[in-house]
Design a protein around this ligand. Sequence first.
Ligand SMILES: [Fe+2]
Ligand SMILES: [Fe+2]
Length: 220
Amino acid sequence: MIHVQHAEPAPSSKNARRVAVDWSKRPLRELMRHIVDEHHTRTRERLDELRALVLEVARQQGDTSYELDEIRHWLVDLDDELRPHMAREEIVLFPYIEDLETALRAGRARIVPPFGDVANPVRRMMVEHDHSGAMLRQLREATSAYSAPRGASKAERALYAGLEALEADLLEHMHLETDILFPRAQALEEASASPSTPPRALTECAHAHESRGARKDRRA
Ligand SMILES: [Fe+2]
Ligand SMILES: [Fe+2]
C-alpha cells in the first residue's frame, strides 16, 4: 500500500520546517483529529467560498453560461453529500473508533455500538466516498480539468483554482479514511472481540495492518 506522507508544521517552529507524518503508525485519535481539524474544516470553508464565487461569477456574467450552470449543479450536489457525511463521521463513527482504541489500551471491553459493528458505517462511508468521487469527476469534466476560460475574471479564475484545490484536498482526505483509518479501525475491532483482550493487541493490530498493506503492495 502506498501511504501519502503528510507534512505537518514542527511544533517548535512557526517557520515551515515540516515533518512527514506516517499515519499508518500514529494513534487513530491523532489521525481523526487531523482529519477533522484540517480536512473537514477546510472542506466546509472551501465549499462556502466556492458557492459564493459561483454567485459572483454569475452576477458578473449577467446570464450564466452552460459551464457555470454545470459547475453550480455539481458543486451543490457535492456540498449536499459532504456536509452530512462529515457530520456522521464526527458524531457517530469517529467517537466510536476513539473509544475502541482507548478500550484496547486500557484492556477493557469496547462499547457495543447501536450500528452493530464498525463495518456497517464504514460500508456506508465508502459508498458516499464513491459518490463524492463521481461528482469530482463531473466537476473536472465541466471545467476542462480546471482550465479557466480565456479572458476569465479574477473571480472566475479563483473559482477554477478553488475547485482544483478542493479536489486535491478531498482525494487526500478520502485516502486517509479509506486506506488507513477504516482498515485500522476494523482490525482494532476484530482484536477487541474478547472483553479480556490485553493492550498488546494494539501492537498486533498495527502489524496486521502493515502486513495487509505489504500483501496489497505485492499484488499491485
Ligand atoms: Fe472525513
Ligand atoms: Fe469520509
